[in-house]
Design a protein around this ligand. Sequence first.
Ligand SMILES: Nc1ncnc2c1ncn2[C@@H]1O[C@H](COP(=O)(O)OP(=O)(O)OP(=O)(O)O)[C@@H](O)[C@H]1O
Ligand SMILES: [Mg+2]
Length: 258
Amino acid sequence: MTKGHVHKLEITELSLELGGRTILEDISLDVHHGETVCILGGSGAGKSMLLRTIVRLHEPTKGRILLDGEPVTAMDPSTLRRRVSLVQQSPAMLEGTVEENIRFGLELVGAGPEVIRERIDASLKAASLDESFLGRRAEKLSGGERQRVAIARAHALCPEVFLLDEPTAALDPRRTMEVERAIQSLKGDADFMMIIVTHDVEQARRLGDRTVLMRRGRIVAEGDSGSLIEDLDPEERARYMGELACMEHEDKEGDVDE
Ligand SMILES: Nc1ncnc2c1ncn2[C@@H]1O[C@H](COP(=O)(O)OP(=O)(O)OP(=O)(O)O)[C@@H](O)[C@H]1O
Ligand SMILES: [Mg+2]
């Protein structure tokens, strides 16, 4: 399977309204080839909706999303979703083995047996999984393993843009590190760009080349992943830390790991 790569994803003055509510407002963000951008923000900030809008699960009310100058709205959704892969927060697995889960998308795009073999091998490596996973039942995997299989499944199709929505939400620290290791190894390859949604400032620091902070559908700050939060004005920082504390409290109340 051959692929090109996107040099630039360009989001300009993007707004999204649904049911009379403004969900995203005036979002502008550029991401370049090889770059990883993290999106931080409290619950309901619009992080997931932004990723979903990029792959046309929602149509923008205003603004543009361009892949190397071509509007995503002009692309056939299935072609777009092959080039831009969204790994959702709680990825659904098909019934069957891990191998069947990875193989399915490859068969759908008409890949031959040799290519399928090669892509499965490469994707397992990319997601820090070993071959023993291939025969395991996908529905019996732990949360962290499932997340890595979802990353492998997306990687198998050679996307040019990777969108990861809270890849480690609801995982314990050890599994979080396993998934982060898989993401780091993807970054090592870097033949694409990544946008990672997280509500963990430290994770954004570890994984992001750049970080943006969202609140109420808007980007309120953008900068270096290492210092973004420290560089916020005190009022903005206090507001963000308050939102974060609420989220951690909610996470603990509804602990759903496995
Ligand atoms: N299909 C929908 N129709 C209308 N409003 C929606 C829809 N899906 C989400 N919303 C609203 O859009 C806003 C942003 O939601 P979104 O899921 O993007 O938040 P988020 O930043 O990802 O939050 P979390 O950290 O909790 O995942 C929320 O107010 C939500 O209620
Ligand atoms: Mg979300």
